[in-house]
Write a protein that binds this ligand. Structure first.
Ligand code: C5J
Length: 227
């Protein structure tokens, strides 16, 4: 018999979370985006703005791990020869350094370099799904859909950075593939606070055209072990 769903107080209306079939998906919480000297900083961003997402994401990871529910981490990056980095991505704008150039944390956004790692506080544990993705969406060019299907996942709870780029793109990809997705407000951040606010509105507008948004407290209240 299927376990009853847990109800999360969310926008635009309550999110019904099926225990065990809801994966936590943590998008690109990498040193390259969050720490000084990485890709995000090379683009001229104030990376300190993203750091507030770390602790709420850690709280979600702890909740999912305690329950043995599926956890997925993604990392944006490219092969050392950059064959999977199209010129349209590498040559955009006039950054101080481009993807593949050497920075203080190694070559920017290249797999195997220190900057490509997930920040230590959120390091994946053995058995958790780790998806390396060349694009913004985590379904593009990866085996994410298959990894979710074999685990029976139907719902996704999103954390990570940046809200309007890789998080929103992945939420939209997920929605097109039939997953219900909820974004946790405090566990996502942008270099542009106004873009984060706009994304939360876009996700929930029109009856939840992309998905749901909830506070960290609302998610934890719903998944907290029954006393
Ligand atoms: C960006 C991302 N912003 N993970 N990547 O380039 O959102």
């Amino acid at each position: 018999m299927m376990k009853p769903t847990l109800t999360v107080d969310a926008l635009p209306f309550a999110f019904e979370l099926p225990p065990g079939r809801t994966a936590l998906i943590v998008i690109d919480m990498q040193r390259d985006f969050i720490e000084p000297g990485g890709f995000g900083a090379a683009l001229g961003n104030d990376v300190s703005l993203l750091q507030s997402a770390i602790e709420p994401t850690r709280a979600l990871l702890q909740a999912w791990r305690e329950r043995g529910w599926p956890v997925v981490h993604t990392r944006e990056g490219h092969a050392p020869d950059l064959h999977d980095c199209p010129p349209a991505k590498r040559e955009r704008g006039k950054p101080g350094l481009r993807i593949g150039d050497a920075g203080p944390m190694g070559r920017l956004l290249v797999r195997g370099e220190p900057g490509h790692d997930i920040v230590p506080a959120l390091a994946p544990l053995p058995g958790e799904v780790l998806i390396d993705k060349p694009g913004k969406g985590a379904f593009y060019g990866t085996a994410l859909h298959e990894a979710l299907q074999v685990r029976g996942v139907t719902h996704l709870v999103f954390a990570g950075v940046t809200t309007e780029v890789c998080v929103q793109t992945t939420m939209r990809e997920a929605n097109d593939r039939g997953y219900d997705g909820l974004l946790v407000d405090e566990a996502t951040q942008s270099y542009f606070p106004e873009f984060k606010a706009a994304t939360l509105s876009m996700v929930t507008a029109q009856g939840g055209i992309v998905g749901w948004v909830a506070s960290l407290a609302a998610v934890l209240a719903a998944v907290h072990p029954q006393a």
